[in-house]
Design a protein around this ligand. Structure first.
Ligand SMILES: Cc1ncc(COP(=O)(O)O)c(C=O)c1O
Length: 345
């Protein structure tokens, strides 16, 4: 059986999740009349400690709507290096919100000093005004890094001091909460807008939410419609999210332990450049040492042995654990990858 570690988005809805979807009461969500969507929105808003939340089809749409809501065309947005916003959204920020990014920090995080050094003032005759700071937590391309909460608080305080808005791309905020043993509301508190995804570790087939104040969400509702993301009897999808929050949240700790196991097995080969101790959540990003094959070769050799992984770059591979892979499979996949990079498998 194939062990698919390309992403935590590859999970398939279980029979019980499908049954919950089939049974969901629905209505027209654009009239605010879908009871299942409304229940999900209220639940997630409460969980994130925000006034209200809206349901959107995808995490990318949530991020795009957030950028459009909190900025004006021509603005500058501070983001982490290797952020999803820069690498994985097809240039949507430039096309949809008309903003430019300034990448700051290292390893998926940055501190208040980085914000103060990079923020360009409003009203300057030459500089584009910086109006927004975006944090990604957990940080995907840095290997599922949890951004330390004291750092988040310093960054958001510095941003507020400069009159900048704050946005959290929390597609995997659930993982950050489990790994840091903090409530989602605490992680979300410093931000004006927060995006969370149901289709990653939680295992729903789609759906994300944006949460914030009533006034900010009212603006976001306009842009959701403008971007084509307003849906109708979508309680069918929201029901999967409700099911996922009920059944798949606490078990994320298993994914984190399985990612550690995968990483420790992989580290049997010195040609895998990683420190298993740094694996905090469900994402393992590792480099290929000088004696290892390149990324495309590793991906295809692993596929031949029944393991799917993703090449982030010519010498960088990502593997992600999730609810459709067992602990034993994660260990086995680590052994297989170790042999491939060692050139013995
Ligand atoms: C950090 C982060 N933000 C946003 C997204 C976008 O989510 P979607 O694939 O639902 O558009 C992803 C997807 O992997 C992600 O990793």
């Amino acid at each position: 059986m194939t062990i698919d570690l390309r992403s935590d988005t590859v999970t398939r809805p279980s029979a019980a999740m499908r049954a919950a979807m089939a049974a969901a009461p629905v209505g027209d969500d654009q009239y605010g009349e879908d009871p299942t969507v409304n229940a999900l929105q209220e639940r997630v808003a409460a969980q994130l400690g925000k006034e209200c939340a809206i349901f959107l089809p995808s995490g990318t749409m949530a991020n795009q709507v957030a950028l459009r809501t909190l900025t004006r065309p021509g603005d500058d947005v501070l983001v982490s290096r290797e952020s999803h916003a820069v690498w994985h959204e097809m240039g949507g920020s430039a096309a949809n919100a008309g903003v430019q990014f300034t990448e700051i920090g290292t390893g998926g995080t940055f501190d208040a000093a980085d914000v103060l050094a990079a923020a360009k003032p409003r009203g300057h005759p030459i500089y584009p005004p910086t109006t927004l700071v975006e944090i990604e937590n957990t940080h995907n391309r840095s290997g599922g890094v949890v951004v330390p909460q004291d750092m988040v608080e310093r960054v958001c305080a510095a941003a507020r001091g400069r009159g900048l808005a704050t946005f959290l791309d929390g597609a995997r905020l659930w993982n950050a909460a489990i790994a840091s043993r903090r409530k989602e509301a605490e992680l979300a508190a410093p931000f004006d807008l927060v995006a969370v995804s149901l289709s990653k570790g939680l295992g729903a087939p789609g759906g994300s939410l944006l949460a914030g104040s009533r006034a900010t969400i009212d603006l976001a509702i306009r842009y959701r419609r403008m971007f084509g993301g307003a849906m109708r009897q979508v309680g069918i999808l929201a029901a999967a999210g409700v099911y996922a929050l009920d059944h798949n949240l606490a078990r994320l700790a298993d994914d984190h332990a399985n990612a550690r196991l995968f990483a420790s097995r992989l580290a049997q080969s010195r040609n895998a450049v990683l420190d298993p101790e740094t694996v905090q959540t469900n994402i393992v990003v590792f480099g290929l040492g000088a004696d290892a094959p390149d990324g495309a070769e590793v991906v295809s050799a692993a596929r031949e042995r029944g393991v799917l992984v993703f090449a982030f770059g010519p010498r960088t591979i990502r593997a992600v654990t999730h609810l459709d892979v067992t602990r034993a499979q994660c260990g086995q996949a680590g052994d297989i990858l170790a042999a491939i990079v060692e050139r013995t498998g």
